[in-house]
Design a protein around this ligand. Structure first.
Ligand code: GLC
Length: 428
């Protein structure tokens, strides 16, 4: 079974490879997506390290002059996707793209690639990507932490990668959608509308996008005036781990000039994350930087603190208690939102379903701090979901049904790199 699934996962990655870059799935997502590519590279690297590097290199081709690496690269216009390059106002760029970023997983991937193969060719490749990663991280620490608080904000729910998380509902409700006008969504022609964000969400997504386009994606203007600016534990923890990984890469290359800056980012985040701690809930949540309000629910990103190297008991004990409570409520973990919260919906995207990439990151962090039983439960649940429903985009935590797109790249990638029993036996 597992060997068959290994083969299917490899076939999916190869079928979604459009020549040096990989699309998440055919139909629904016809372009290169940022954090998808970072996970995809890890999947490729299990059987072709060179192809893993290439995925990161093509992703970084889209980098803007200010260091930002966009969340979507529109390598060729595809009318089956909305919103395309002209909506973002980037159609005249050499490589049209969206105007904001996505969780910065890439440096963590590059560290994995480099650790697999430290040949002279790898060192050369690392030398080329290192300054680009450094510039991207610097962009995140300035553009999206404009006041140096040590937490990373997102200016759009799409920037978080967790598009319709219930924690965005409150902050997004203040967005004025009166100028959005008519538009035709394409996502719901591929996937049942009950599994996708609602129309109200989409109106807000487009209104925020319009703000970004009108100010030409100016970081200061966004930090001061964007209608949506919310610090996110997901991006903050992923950034913190990526900074630690970048630091290790800087040491490997003897890039001593970069060390103090990266060390400062890490120190700032280690302090700053306290702002994301919701004391009433006893969990890390979002923090609306406009209103000062915390998100009110535990999400799967609340469990990413160990992945970011945070082991403080004050945070860890309540976090693990939430984890155990939540896992006792579902057949398959980890749900993207707390099943005890009224906003939970088991099949609707980031309001409840299980996502393989989150499972991989949470379990990795848990294993690293010695929480092996919990890490194994997550891995086994992931295996069970994929055995039952294939390489779906996401899964219902109660029924295990697959949802969203099929033959999905990042689900295949985390299978190959982490969940697959054959991989696990090798590692043991
Ligand atoms: C959805 C997800 C996002 C992902 C993209 C492509 O928009 O919310 O995280 O990167 O699809 O898979």
């Amino acid at each position: 079974m597992s060997a068959d699934l290994d083969k299917i996962a490899i076939d999916i990655l190869q079928a979604n490879d459009l020549g040096g870059y990989t699309i998440p799935t055919k139909g629904l997502y016809p372009y290169q997506w940022n954090w998808d590519s970072a996970f995809v590279a890890q999947g490729f690297a299990t059987f072709d390290v060179n192809r893993g590097w290439q995925e990161i290199e093509t992703l970084l081709q889209g980098q803007w002059d200010d260091g930002m690496v966009p969340h979507i690269l529109f390598r060729k216009d595809d009318p089956t996707y909305f919103p395309g390059p002209s909506v973002w106002g980037t159609q005249n760029r050499a490589l049209p793209s969206s105007g904001h970023s996505q969780p910065p997983v890439a440096a963590s991937t590059v560290r994995l690639l480099f650790e697999k193969d430290q040949s002279a060719t790898s060192v050369e490749r690392l030398r080329v990507v290192f300054p680009k990663l450094l510039a991207w991280h610097r962009w995140y620490h300035t553009a999206r932490d404009f006041d140096g608080r040590g937490v990373i904000a997102v200016m759009h729910p799409w920037e978080s990668g967790r598009d319709n998380l219930p924690d965005w509902d409150g902050p997004a409700a203040r967005v004025d959608t009166s100028g959005v006008g008519d538009y035709v969504r394409k996502d719901t022609s591929f996937v049942n509308a009950d599994m996708r964000p609602r129309k109200t969400d989409y109106d807000r997504y487009l209104a925020i996008l319009q703000f970004g386009r009108e100010c030409n994606w100016d970081a200061e203007k966004i930090a001061r005036d964007a209608p949506f600016y919310v610090a996110d534990p997901g991006v903050t923890f992923i950034q913190l781990r990526a900074d630690r990984d970048l630091l290790a890469l800087a040491h490997a290359l003897a890039e001593t000039a970069a060390l103090p800056e990266i060390e400062e980012w890490i120190a700032r985040a280690e302090q700053g994350i306290d702002l994301l701690w919701n004391p009433d809930l006893g969990a890390f949540t979002t923090l609306d930087l406009r209103s000062g309000a915390h998100g009110e629910g535990v999400s799967s990103a609340s469990f990413l603190a160990p992945y970011a190297g945070i082991t403080t008991a004050k945070y860890l004990e309540p976090t693990l208690a939430h984890f155990d409570r939540i896992m006792s409520k579902v057949t398959y973990g980890v749900p993207s939102y707390d099943p005890d919260h009224p906003a939970f919906e088991s099949m609707r995207y980031w309001r409840g379903p299980v996502w393989g990439i989150l499972n991989y990151m949470i379990a990795t962090g848990f294993a690293e701090i010695g929480e092996t039983e919990r890490a194994e439960r997550i891995r086994k649940d992931t295996v069970a979901l994929i055995e039952k429903s294939g390489f779906a985009e996401y899964f219902d935590p109660i029924s295990g049904q697959g949802a969203g797109g099929n033959s999905f790249s990042w689900t295949s990638a985390i299978w190959l790199n982490w969940a697959s029993p054959s991989r696990h036996q090798q590692a043991a």
